[in-house]
Design a protein around this ligand. Sequence first.
Ligand SMILES: *[C@@H]1O[C@H](CO)[C@@H](O)[C@H](O)[C@H]1NC(C)=O
Ligand SMILES: *[C@@H]1O[C@H](CO)[C@@H](O)[C@H](O)[C@H]1NC(C)=O
Length: 194
Amino acid sequence: MLFATLASILALAGTTLAQTPAGFAPSVNKTLDVYYGSTYITPGLMVRKSSTASKPTIGVTGEALTGKYLLAMIGEQFGGATRTTVLHALLQDYTPNGQTLNGTTVLSTTATGPSSYFGPAPPAENPQHPHNYIFLLHAQPDGFAVPASQRSVVQSRIGIDWVKFMADAKLSAPLYANYLRVQSGDNTKRAFQA
Ligand SMILES: *[C@@H]1O[C@H](CO)[C@@H](O)[C@H](O)[C@H]1NC(C)=O
Ligand SMILES: *[C@@H]1O[C@H](CO)[C@@H](O)[C@H](O)[C@H]1NC(C)=O
């Protein structure tokens, strides 16, 4: 009984280590700190669509970063057996901006591309279910550009295969990740119109 309990705790600890949803590739263990306003995103947190309209503040805790970083945000949805993905953001040139927030070394960019941020907007579905939105932070290779083979999917945003993108763009494995969830058909209004 005790052993069974310990085993299940250990199993749980093993599965909660990943900062990416179960089944999502690539799997990443280190947390990307993500804040929407004052809300800290713990991996898998369910949030309202209205709180995610503007791009989040991101960073890392406990590590000194140098160089440039690339952020991808990928929406993942399952309808029956079908998995679809949407590229919600691909933003380059993140660097530490000298600020800290709640212990997080903040990374920022003035870039709005290659693919600008657009917040989660899962369509109404019956039955309702949460959609995943995954954040991946990569070291940005010198001279990074979207490879020709990926230009049309980056432009359409639909059906991005991140493992293939990484290979084509010669990215190494993501360093940090996180994800949130938004319920399908969440039509909450924004608290502030800005
Ligand atoms: C994540 O942690 C697990 C368990 O310690 C380990 O097996 C796996 O290799 C790690 N993955 C990465 C990408 O570091
Ligand atoms: C501060 O960061 C920690 C994780 O490092 C998190 O658990 C906590 O919720 C954050 N607090 C605020 C106020 O953002």
